[in-house]
Design a protein around this ligand. Sequence first.
Ligand SMILES: [Zn+2]
Length: 570
Amino acid sequence: MRASQLYAPTLREVPAEAELISHQYMLRAGLMRKSASGIYSYLPLGIRVLHKIMEIIREELDKADAQEILLPIVQPAELWEESGRWNEYGPEMFRLQDRHQRHFCLGPTHEEIITALVRADVRSYRQLPLRLYQIQNKYRDEIRPRFGVIRSREFIMKDLYSFDRDEVSAQESYRAMYDAYTRIFARCGLKTHPVEADTGAIGGDQSHEFMVLGDAGEDLIVFCPDCGYAANVERAECAPFDSAGEQETLAELEEIATPDVTTVEELTRILKIAPGRVLKTMIYLADEKPVAVLIGGDYDVNEIKLKRAIQCNQLELAGAQTIREVTKAPVGFAGPIGLGIPVYADYSVERIVNGVSGANKEGYHLRNVNIYRDYTPAAILDLREARAGEKCVRCGKVLDQARGTEVGQVFYLGTKYSMPIKAHFVDQDGQEMPFVMGCYGIGVSRTMAAIIEQHHDEDGICWPVSVAPFAVIIVPVSYKDDEQRTAADGIYKILQDAGIEVILDDRDERPGVKFKDADLIGYPLRITVGPKHLKEGYVELKLRSSHTQLLVSIDDVKDQVESILDRIGE
Ligand SMILES: [Zn+2]
């Protein structure tokens, strides 16, 4: 490809809308343009990178006995009603009607469609296991699209679904996909960390996320540098505390007037106590029934854990009206003593001796509140958000934390979808059995952004060879000069004939402009054809990521380029 014909409109300025480096460089290097909030058009260089990533995905999945298909983007509501997710999915789902007022959605995911497909055609255990995947656009109407393609409303995803006859076989599929993902991301030049994850809207009971660590990440993960345990904070388990705190004698319960004091911060300031001594009491509606959650004042409730621990479908913080009915006081004076609703306590509460809580009475708190003497929780559970400094549940060492971006996720679904929509096969002994399923996603457009986050410098992107839009760029200092043009054209032809993806910058631009564009776009290898070295029959090779330069005789260019690309491509 000649640069004079390449549609790659580069920008010198950093676009104001782009916070993340990857977002900035994708716009500046002319990989994509915004069409609407969270919706992008990919330009030639962008789509070339995406195709490279997709090819790596295809090769590794095909090796793992998966088969590619293509499912519809527009999906009928009936299937989603069968699985119960038409209502459950909420406002993130793009919904539409056809001219006959029939309801459809733009697929946010494809479990329903594929399960229905397989239900119709796969009847016998002999046809299993089956691993089917597609690479396609997905739609999620994010409340706040941001970070370019990292959180967008239309994005490219690879999704794979596995169908097995039993749990043992389904676990093998899970393992095979986990291993394929490890290879896919490594080949894309990405360092990823598999972490235990919550299963969220997809459901199921086992999941790993492949995270790319970095300050720009939207997710918070905790990990143990000692044993390798790592989990999303939504999911991370917290250990009970060793001892019951300081050995204090239980003091007498005492009511204290605290007019207008309704937050933990105000309370700790006025009473001069540590937040860890406050028994924070939160009132929730769990499936519309009020419950209280008691947690140390220095912690936050993890609502995902709470929902799972008390097994409710709908969970929300109670409003002022409910709080008044339940506590007989306005917001800010709730406490565990004498509440007529179930009180669930976090582990952090057990060690609080002579704590402070609301008195369930306007303008009052209680001092010296003690568990079991003054109140008894319905259960003591793991309800708090994990954080750095806590004990690892696996080995007891201290946890650390980091931010990360999820590029892939694997779910073990079991029979969550096959049971409700009656997707059955006939087993060896003639029994009708539901498929045991798994589903596996990779954010393809997001993977491109994550690669840029890990491979860039202040001048632009430094693509790994495996996903670079072109491997080599030839930059003649002046293409108008006869000698330089002849040499550059010659090298261009030799490299093209050798099957190397190469750009020739034949534009009538100053050398500085050409070098800046080459660095911004991030071709792994640059060949500079300049008057000084050309006299002796040499050109200059420069590696984008290491800035290494070497002079190479024109006769050796092809061999040198091939061996360098091989070496840095490993
Ligand atoms: Zn550990």
